[in-house]
Design a protein around this ligand. Structure first.
Ligand code: GMT
Length: 381
């Protein structure tokens, strides 16, 4: 198949999923065309079946807000026509599904026998429904573009339920879980040298990966770590960047933790760090899925986090991690101290986490689900 993919190219779960999906589809023989305003951050490898098409938004003094959605729709239609795309797959509804809808209509309306079909699939990721999409200024158009999609998927049962409830949508929503490549994401028994760059042998390594937005509760990560390091010698590695970074840096200094906490910035090879980590800390206010927890699980790293949204579909409390109420840093720290103090249980839980990631969320299982979904959409279109 020839598949167009649009996602946010920056550091964020939906962009990561969209990009990794394209890479996996290309590896399975499909031709993949990414259409976005910059090359996706995870698109680091060259592949003869992968193409990137940049969307440029013309500036004009009249435009206080340059219309990216229109430029995107135009580029989607152009790429679909020139490269004869079979299907377009957009990640994150706003504004991508609206642009896709416009591109589909533009192509269908072409005259001189040039009209062509461009069915599109919208994958809902979370904040496009729960925060941004629920805003009155976006809700009607988001609902309309979801209803007009030729296929809709959600990344967890939780997100499907919320979408049906809050948006009162009548379409079928297919749940296709997020995935992880279990060959790339795995524990590395030979990582001692790389591990030694961050911690002494007797220290544990806690990690957190996110875009440092308020929803991730980065300061709770610091609060949890502060309590843990008082009982268990440990270090904290923070991967990502975003609006809450300076507040977190201030808290780290206030607590005298500067020599134990490292801000690594936007790391593009996250698996290299996860492969020697001991515990993922994910105390989010809301997560429709929790991709960072899944990537950690594949590397035999259990998660201590919050029982919100779709997280319990990924992390099983007491088996592959520990889940507490939002803001309960005492409980999360206590869980972390317990598990980090018991090497045997920590490793057993890590192995269970890996087993679960392989059984339920591995690319070999999930990518065919997307392929079959595309086929069904194309048959109906
Ligand atoms: O969490 C974010 O701020 C980023 C956001 C996105 O769309 O980029 O993440 C959402 O999609 C991820 C990939 O499907 C999910 O793993 C995250 O749980 C989800 N975030 C939220 O629901 C807050």
């Amino acid at each position: 198949m020839k598949i167009g993919i649009t996602c946010y190219p920056t550091y964020g779960g939906s962009g990561v999923v969209g990009t990794e999906l394209g890479i996996e589809l290309a590896a399975r023989g499909h031709e993949v065309h990414f259409i976005a305003y910059q090359q996706p951050i995870r698109l680091t490898t060259q592949h003869p079946q992968i193409f990137f098409h940049e969307v440029t938004v013309s500036q004009y003094p009249l435009f206080e807000y340059p219309p990216y959605d229109l430029a995107l729709a135009t580029r989607m239609a152009e790429v679909a026509e020139i490269y004869e795309l079979d299907i377009l797959h957009v990640h994150y509804a706003i504004p991508h599904s609206v642009s896709a809808l416009l591109a589909r209509q533009m192509l269908a309306a072409q005259t001189n026998g040039k009209a062509r079909k461009l069915p599109f699939v919208t994958t809902l990721h979370g904040t496009d429904i729960t925060i941004v999409g629920a805003d009155r200024s976006y809700l009607p158009v988001t609902r309309y573009s979801i209803e007009q999609s030729d296929g809709v998927t959600a990344i967890s049962n939780y997100l499907k339920k919320v979408t049906l409830q809050e948006f009162d949508i009548k379409n079928h929503i297919e749940v296709i879980y997020n995935f992880v490549n279990c060959d790339t994401y795995r524990r590395d028994p030979n990582a001692a040298d790389r591990r030694a760059e961050f911690a002494d042998k007797d220290e544990r390594i806690l990690v957190h990966v996110s875009n440092f937005r308020p929803v991730k509760r980065l300061c709770d990560v610091i609060e949890i770590f502060d309590r843990v390091q008082k009982k268990v010698p440990s270090r904290l590695l923070l991967m990502g960047d975003g609006p809450d970074r300076s507040q977190a840096e201030w808290l780290v200094s206030q607590k005298g933790l500067r020599n134990k906490v490292e801000f690594l910035g936007k790391v593009d090879r996250v698996h290299e760090k996860l492969s020697f980590a001991d515990l993922m800390v994910a105390p989010s206010e809301m997560e429709s899925f929790g991709l960072a927890a899944l990537e950690a699980m594949a590397c035999e790293v259990p998660t201590v986090g919050t029982a919100v949204g779709g997280v319990p579909e990924v992390v099983e409390h007491g088996r592959t991690g520990f889940l507490a109420q939002v803001g309960d840093v005492e409980a999360m720290a206590a869980f972390a101290i317990d598990i980090l103090s018991d090497e045997k249980r920590l490793r057993e839980m890590g192995m269970l986490a890996r087993w679960e990631a392989q059984a339920k969320f591995c690319t070999t299982r999930i990518i065919p689900e997307y392929e079959q979904f595309y086929v069904r959409v194309l048959e109906r279109a």
